[in-house]
Write a new protein. Structure first.
Length: 631
């Protein structure tokens, strides 16, 4: 009897032949079975059927099919084999081995088996005496291996009070049947007009590999209510078809889309990242929280490997292995569905890139929306912009802290020069000498830059810190806060005082600035309750907080933000018209930040123009849609 040591073979199926390392024990009496067994397992791991057959003694006609059928039926994506003890009795040998198969969508399955070998002669050495039992010891004629897989229901993303936000809901998939399309231009125009579907996306779907004239080509899936709205316009168009289904949807189309995210069929890159429990065709999180918490929401599929009787209609003969699964776990958020609905309503009809964020006094994000919906970039959380005159809230806190009062007289000329840089007011407005309350309400740049000159060194930066500028925080998604680099000179400090120079902030951060005024302290925003209640990082002097709140109220009642006023509601805020890029004059972002009923909010319209004319009306619609509740 001759015994060999372990041989390790590990190669991806149908990919690359790996290195086989083994040691053969023997004397000078010719080939030994360890070598033949190692070669066979190496070829098997590489799915090289030709090389395998060359090592088999008289392979039967079913040899190739037996291996390819197992690979296909089980969906084996990789295989490795470990050669164990080899025993020899005369011209017969048995090579024990352990197979470890990666089953796509389920994971790894290991089992022990044996390679029987026989001596083929002095010249041919040892060959495998093949039978179906080589593939798996329970296989025989009339039996085959099969797999079962059950993916758990995807868990919901929840709102503040446990309401399901993203979950399976009744839906309709709107698609096309190419052979029924009389006029492709009419089809794409109808989909673009009524569902904002990009014509290029339609063309891409129709041109996808494998699409046949009689196929149903899915284009978009919508809520049943949305389908009911567009059906009269789309149903008469030849080629547009509808299928009832269930889909992962929010309460309404676009609802908190950039936060909740969207799902889609897993990509090749996603399969590589997510691992063996995923397979082609799985629906996974593509953006937002759906992607961030993919594993938690999806859970782990359960399944089993079974031995089937092909004569008895594939009846299960035996369960060979079970894969235990786990249920998906819900992800809780601080999103308030009622506030979110108000945000969505406020953005109806808004053209161009924009964002609205609402934060409560405890730092919890109550709502967030970004536009356009077709762009996955979350402007509300990750956008970085000069805050413009909305930053005057911070500058005013610094001035009030140094003795300025709402009644302090200040000059507001049409333009002024600080450190060689000329600063102008919007439309060259000049107020003359007026109380600071009027300077703030009418957002006089020249008065602010002059006042900032008189602040002690570091006072403006310290005020920015109290409002969270420079604090690194994350909401679980890509997040930008506020940045206030130390000004290099007097001119830059004056520009920073009106939210220009190198000062930047996200809409999320400016909403946190707004709510800090009535709250009396700044907290880093939070979206996921599991991260805990955010600590208070910046405390505002109570007198400063009170005066600043009053000044922000004047902006809405008598100043640049009157378009945000809502009858019967207490609204306070600050407009912003932030220059960016080049041009004479340069383009501007339109801002409005404010608070009402314990909620702070920020509105941004990229390149929108004047904050009081563009962003303030959106803020007014938002406040009007909010419930009159103290939060």
């Amino acid at each position: 009897m001759r015994t060999g040591v372990v041989v390790a073979v590990s190669v991806a199926v149908a990919a690359v032949v790996g290195t086989v390392a083994f040691v053969v024990l023997g004397g000078n009496d010719g080939p030994v079975p360890e070598g033949a067994a190692g070669d066979y397992l190496a070829a098997w791991s590489a799915d090289d059927l030709e090389a395998m057959a060359a090592l088999v003694d008289d392979p039967p006609p079913s040899f190739d099919d037996a291996h390819t059928t197992v690979t296909q039926d089980l969906r084996i994506s990789a295989a490795s084999f470990e050669l164990g003890q080899v025993t020899t009795e005369g011209d017969q040998a048995r090579a024990a081995f352990t197979a470890t198969l990666t089953i796509a969508g389920l994971g790894e399955w290991s089992y022990d088996s044996v390679l029987p070998l026989r001596r083929a002669g002095d010249d041919q050495g040892w060959l495998v005496a093949w039978s179906p039992a080589v593939v798996h010891p329970r296989l025989a004629d009339g039996l085959r291996l099969g797999r079962e897989r059950n993916r758990p229901e995807r868990a919901p993303i929840l709102g503040r009070n446990g309401e399901p936000l993203a979950t399976d809901r009744p839906a309709v998939t709107i698609g096309l049947e190419p052979q029924r399309m009389d006029d492709p231009t009419q089809v794409t125009a109808a989909l673009a007009e009524h569902l904002a579907v990009d014509p290029v996306a339609v063309e891409r779907a129709l041109a996808a590999p494998g699409v046949q004239p009689d196929h149903f080509v899915p284009i978009v899936t919508v809520h049943r209510a949305r389908y009911d709205e567009v059906r009269p316009a789309l149903h008469p168009v030849p080629g547009i078809l509808f299928r009832q289904t269930e889909a992962r949807l929010a309460p309404s189309d676009g609802f908190a889309q950039h936060v909740l995210g969207r799902t889609g069929e897993v990509t090749a890159e996603g399969l590589e990242q997510l691992g063996a429990t995923y397979q082609v065709g799985d629906v996974v999180g593509a953006t937002g929280l759906e992607a961030r918490f993919e594993r938690e929401l999806a859970g782990v599929p359960s399944g089993r490997i079974v031995l089937l009787d092909t004569v008895a209609d594939d009846a299960v003969v035996e369960v060979l292995h079970e894969f235990p699964g786990t249920a998906g776990a819900p992800v809780a958020t601080t999103i308030d569905p009622v506030v979110q609905a108000a945000v969505e309503e406020s953005l109806q009809g808004v053209e161009g890139p924009s964002a609205v964020v609402v934060v409560d006094a405890e730092g919890r994000v109550a709502a967030s929306a970004s536009r356009p919906l077709g762009d996955d970039f979350n402007r509300a959380f990750a956008g970085v912009y000069p805050p413009g005159s909305t930053f005057k809230v911070v500058t005013t806190a610094a001035l009030l802290g140094q003795g300025t009062t709402p009644a302090t007289p200040m000059d507001c000329p049409a333009e002024t020069n600080v450190g060689g840089k000329v600063f102008r007011n919007f439309e060259s407005e000049s107020l003359g000498t007026v109380p600071f309350r009027d300077v703030f309400a009418h957002s006089c740049n020249t008065a602010f830059v002059t006042a900032a000159e008189r602040l002690p060194d570091g006072a403006l930066g310290a005020a920015a810190e109290r409002f969270g500028f420079g604090v690194d925080y994350s909401l679980g998604l890509t997040t930008q806060g506020g940045a206030f680099p130390e000004p290099a000179d007097a001119a830059e400090r004056s520009a920073a005082a009106i939210g220009q120079a190198r000062v930047t902030a996200s809409p999320l951060h400016m909403a946190s600035v707004a709510v800090a005024v009535p709250a009396g302290s700044w907290r880093p925003p939070v979206l996921l309750p599991e991260t805990g209640n955010p600590a208070t990082l910046g405390t505002i002097d109570p007198m400063v907080s009170q005066q600043l709140a009053q000044l922000m109220g004047l902006v809405v009642t008598d100043g640049t933000g009157t378009a945000a006023a809502v009858p019967g509601r207490n609204v306070a805020g600050k407009t912003g018209t932030a220059e960016f890029g080049t041009g004479n004059p340069p383009p501007t972002h339109a801002w409005f930040i404010g608070f009402t009923d314990g909620l702070g909010f920020a509105v941004l319209v990229e390149g929108g123009g004047v904050g009081g004319e563009v962003a303030a009306p959106i803020a007014g619609r938002l406040v009007a849609a909010l419930p009159t509740l103290s939060r």
